[in-house]
Design a protein around this ligand. Structure first.
Ligand code: ZN
Length: 218
């Protein structure tokens, strides 16, 4: 599976699992609450009330996000024997404001964390693919790698073999292929690898949240 912007998760058999839609509504509410807060006099009763409202909406967004991630990871683990995840350069992508919400909303680091422990529970295999693996730019049919594939290009044709690709599904197939290769070589992410990853996660607390998110999935 791979992370796209239009879909949170794409499975290699072509199924896309959409980003949660209710966030749009919650973010609109949040925007309005912020606006209302900015009109109140600081320190007044109404200001306190408005501030509380903003805090409540934030909490609700956090809850829905976690709830959605749990449902999704359980479904993915139940339905698949092996799951391959790609470690993407989240930090760079978040710099693009249009994409920032989709990515932080998708909550990738948390998703990978849940997949890790649920894979253990259910006896599934979780494989991580290096972020420099050209999953998107590689044609899953002939292996040709195109030089550029801007993020807004959702579908493309391979100049070598003329295969037509859906960006996410093509990347997903490449990731699965790479994951299978890693799995055969035995270099999988297994429970015994957990300790070192946890220690690494702790060290990252001092750095900014973007960097933490990108490294937490590495
Ligand atoms: Zn091709």
């Amino acid at each position: 599976m791979t992370r796209g912007i239009t879909s949170l998760v794409t499975t290699s058999d072509g199924e896309k699992i959409a980003n949660p839609k209710n966030f749009k509504k919650l973010y609109k509410k949040l925007r309005l609450a912020h606006k209302s807060l900015s009109r109140k006099t600081k320190g007044s009763n109404n200001y306190q009330k408005a501030r509380l409202k903003v805090a409540r909406i934030y909490a609700k967004i956090k809850d829905s996000r976690l709830d959605y991630t749990h449902k999704l990871t359980t479904q993915l683990i139940r339905e698949n024997q092996m799951i391959v995840v790609e470690d993407l350069a989240v930090k760079n992508m978040v710099k693009n404001h249009k994409l920032a919400r989709a990515i932080s909303g998708a909550n990738w680091a948390e998703l990978v964390r849940q997949l890790e422990y649920k894979a253990e529970w259910y006896g599934r295999e979780l494989v991580k693919i290096d972020r420099y693996f050209p999953s998107s730019k590689r044609c899953s049919n002939c292996g040709h790698i195109v030089e550029k594939l801007p993020l807004d290009i959702r579908e493309w044709d391979c100049p070598e073999c003329n295969s037509h690709h859906d960006r996410d599904i093509n990347a997903s197939i490449n990731i699965l292929t790479a994951g299978l290769a890693v799995s055969v070589c035995g270099a999988t992410v297994r429970p015994e690898g957990r300790k070192s990853r946890r220690a690494g996660a702790k060290k990252q607390k001092a750095s900014n949240s973007d960097a933490r998110e990108s490294r937490a999935v590495s």
